[in-house]
Design a protein around this ligand. Structure first.
Ligand SMILES: NC(=O)c1ccc[n+]([C@@H]2O[C@H](COP(=O)([O-])OP(=O)(O)OC[C@H]3O[C@@H](n4cnc5c(N)ncnc54)[C@H](O)[C@@H]3O)[C@@H](O)[C@H]2O)c1
Length: 676
């Protein structure tokens, strides 16, 4: 195996186990020789995981490749710790050829440590020792001389020099605990380096288990025990939109909810307010979690109204504290404050809500806080948790290099952070809408009465960060409430609803049964009323406005043949658009409709008998129905589900932000369907 192959395999193994490092945390390297194409001679190279990316899924393209002689020569021109950031730009002058990932801040550590293989990781057990008040003493007790201690220093060139010096001074050492931060291990072979990383992680965990006192978080506070699961989820779903509304005060964000045992245990115990206030320590953690979480200080059985009122007070206090922290440490050259809302909100008995610019970042922020809880547990078990100082946290949070990294992020998609619920999304038009909204950046709850088709469409769109399937019959009040609750639990709330579920029976008046009439009105008139009511409730709790879109029909305004029950139900939906636009405008909720016509391809309605009936009514073969509809339009073009989805995006993508109460025909031009 080549050095690169070994490095990738080792990185993937280490990154696959969350006990070894957090998501996208840590980096690995190997040194070796390759022919320099300029001289034809062997040259020493460093392959090191580049900026961004995750060890578990690292590929060769994620490595930065540098000339070791040039990298090490930087020590001779290093201008000192106050100007160490300049060395990151200098890494570009050490690169070997084009391509590869950008070298990260940790490149210096990997290059300067004089060992062929180096791992830098963020294991909870290692960070627990690193953040213990007497971490240096505990490290010596835990490892003897086999692992050395490096006092806290912000990642950078100087930290690389520090570690290299300590490694040189302790030839028997296999690695170091980095105060406040994580671990670094090295070895003569890739295999030995990996074994040593695992040895440090395992030994620290065993030491904490053997030496640690039981219940480091203190006794359970009476009344703060977790609610039973069903009540817990109901409370979480009720609170999610309120908390998301608060967390989006500065900018819109997506939410993630977890009620994992680690969180429920932490927030039930006496020490959690003190520890939460101390904040997270590992830079990787608090860049995502913010320095400290917002913590509700009421028991889970407190009345909902009291909880909401208290959350508002705590949020105002959190923002004031954060602004004070920023102003305490910001200097003339500091980047502007990035927003004062919490990224993590802890609710005793219920769980944790975390927030980010995408579902993935919101979820990872939550995962990092779970790491931070394990770190605090370990540190408190053997000592006292003592994270790095607030001033140091500020230096990292508002570091010019961090700011530059954020500035390099691609511009968000038009519907980024928006949480959509599409009914009847398992087929035809609803499927096309769900796919389009997701492609534009929205998180989508793919709801349908048919579980299999909802699941198929959600998995077509992507993983659970992008789309989640939900089985709900829109005629059922409880199932509709459950769908909106599911959106709140999956993504934090709801911003955009598409009332699309529908079905059609074409019959003349005398053949229309009461059951035909009731079914169509139940699914389309009643169903969209129920969905709009439940969604509006959550949108009002969120206070972020929203969009409700009705997929009505040309038949809501055109008196089509043999179409009484369907046309009347569609007219009902069309008037709901106007009534709700008028009623909900004050809350910033816009309500609009779309009038499609003749969408044959992909439509279950047409495949399920309606097509045959319509074909018979118009006297054409069923397979020619799409072409028939196209020929009777002004534009002579067939209407596809994607055209309807495009209209939903036009209404909700931001360009029509002052439009409400509108119906847009998507029918290739049908004069009888013109609106006035
Ligand atoms: N296809 C057209 O030409 C056309 C024209 C105008 C309006 N529309 C409207 O567009 C919407 C979608 O139609 P389509 O052609 O994509 O049909 P479709 O049959 O392909 O999709 C409708 C979906 O709604 C679901 N559904 C039905 N009843 C439900 C219920 N009670 N609860 C939850 N889900 C339910 C179905 O399972 C199906 O997945 C309907 O409201 C329809 O009236 C369609």
């Amino acid at each position: 195996m080549s050095a690169v192959e070994e490095l990738i395999a080792r990185s993937n193994r280490l990154g696959a186990d969350p006990r070894n490092t957090n998501y996208a945390g840590g980096n690995t390297s190997a040194k070796g020789t390759a022919v320099d194409p300029v001289t034809g001679e062997d040259t020493e190279l460093l392959w090191v995981k580049g900026s961004g990316g995750d060890l578990g899924t690292l590929r060769p393209a994620g490595l930065a490749v540098l000339r070791l002689d040039r990298l090490r020569a930087l020590a001779d021109v290093y201008p000192g710790v106050n100007r160490e950031d300049e060395m990151v730009a200098a890494f570009d002058f050490c690169l070997h050829g084009k391509g590869g990932a950008a070298p990260s801040i940790d490149t210096a550590m990997h290059g300067l440590v004089n060992a062929p293989h180096v791992d830098h990781l963020h294991p909870d057990s290692g960070i627990a020792l690193a953040t213990a008040a007497d971490g240096e003493k505990l490290t010596a007790e835990c490892f003897g001389g086999r692992v050395a201690w490096v006092p806290w220093r912000r990642p950078g060139f100087q930290l690389g020099l520090d570690i290299a010096a300590i490694a040189a001074a302790h030839p028997q050492a296999i690695g170091v605990i980095l105060g406040g931060h994580g671990i670094t291990a090295w070895g003569p072979t890739s295999e030995e380096c990996e074994a040593r990383s695992l040895e440090i992680i395992r030994t620290a965990a065993e030491f904490i288990a053997a030496r640690g006192r039981p219940e480091p978080f203190g006794p359970v506070i009476s009344g703060y025990e977790p609610l039973p699961p069903a009540q817990r989820h109901a409370r979480a779903a009720a609170l999610a939109p309120v908390i998301r509304g608060l967390a989006c005060t500065d900018r819109p964000q997506v939410g993630h909810y977890t009620d994992t045992d680690v969180v429920l245990d932490f927030v039930s115990r006496a020490e959690h307010p003190r520890l939460a206030a101390l904040g997270t320590s590992c830079p990787d953690h608090f860049l995502r979690t913010k320095v400290r979480p917002m913590v509700l200080d009421l028991p889970p059985d407190a009345p909902l109204a009291d909880v909401v009122a208290r959350l508002r007070e705590l949020h105002a206090a959190y923002r004031a504290d954060y602004a004070a922290y920023y102003h305490r440490y910001a200097g003339p050259g500091s980047p502007p404050m990035r927003g004062a809302d919490p990224a993590i909100v802890l609710v005793p008995g219920v769980g944790m809500f975390s927030y980010g610019a995408t579902k993935q970042t919101a979820r990872v922020a939550g995962e990092f806080y779970v790491n931070a809880i394990s770190v605090m547990r370990g540190a408190e078990a053997v000592s006292t948790y003592a994270p790095i100082s607030e001033a140091e946290k500020f230096r990292i949070e508002y570091w010019a290099l961090e700011e530059a990294k954020l500035a390099r992020m691609p511009a968000p998609k038009p519907l980024a952070t928006r949480i959509a619920l599409v009914t009847g999304a398992g087929s035809g038009i609803g499927r096309a809408i769900a796919r389009r909204l997701a492609a534009e950046g929205a998180c989508v709850l793919v709801a349908d009465r048919d579980a299999d088709s909802a699941a198929a469409v959600a998995s077509e769109i992507g993983n659970a960060d992008a789309a989640v399937p939900f089985t709900a019959d829109v005629t059922d009040e409880e199932q509709v409430a459950a769908a909106v609750a599911a959106a709140a639990l999956a993504f934090g709330g709801i911003d955009l609803v598409v009332n699309n579920a529908g079905l059609s029976v074409s019959k003349p008046l005398l053949e229309t049964t009461v059951a035909d009439w009731d079914l169509q009105h139940a699914v389309m008139a009643r169903g969209s009323f129920l969905v709009s009511r439940e969604a509006a409730r959550a949108m009002k709790a969120q206070g972020l406005g929203g969009d409700i879109v009705y997929i009505c029909s040309k038949n809501s305004v055109v008196a089509g043949p043999a179409n009484l029950a369907y046309g009347a139900a569609k007219a009902d939906q069309a008037h709901q658009v106007r009534l709700l636009a008028a009623e909900l405008g004050g809350d910033g909720i816009r309500v609009n409709g779309i009038n499609p016509d003749g969408v044959v391809r992909g439509s279950g309605i047409f495949a399920g008998g309606w097509g045959a009936q319509r074909a018979a009514v118009y006297g054409v073969a069923e397979e020619d129905l799409g072409a028939y509809y196209a020929q009777r339009t002004l534009l002579k073009r067939e209407v596809l589900p994607e055209h309807v989805a495009a209209a939903v995006f036009a209404l909700t993508g931001g360009d029509l932000s002052l439009t409400t109460g509108l119906h847009i025909p998507v029918d290739s031009g049908v004069a009888a369907g013109f609106l006035r």
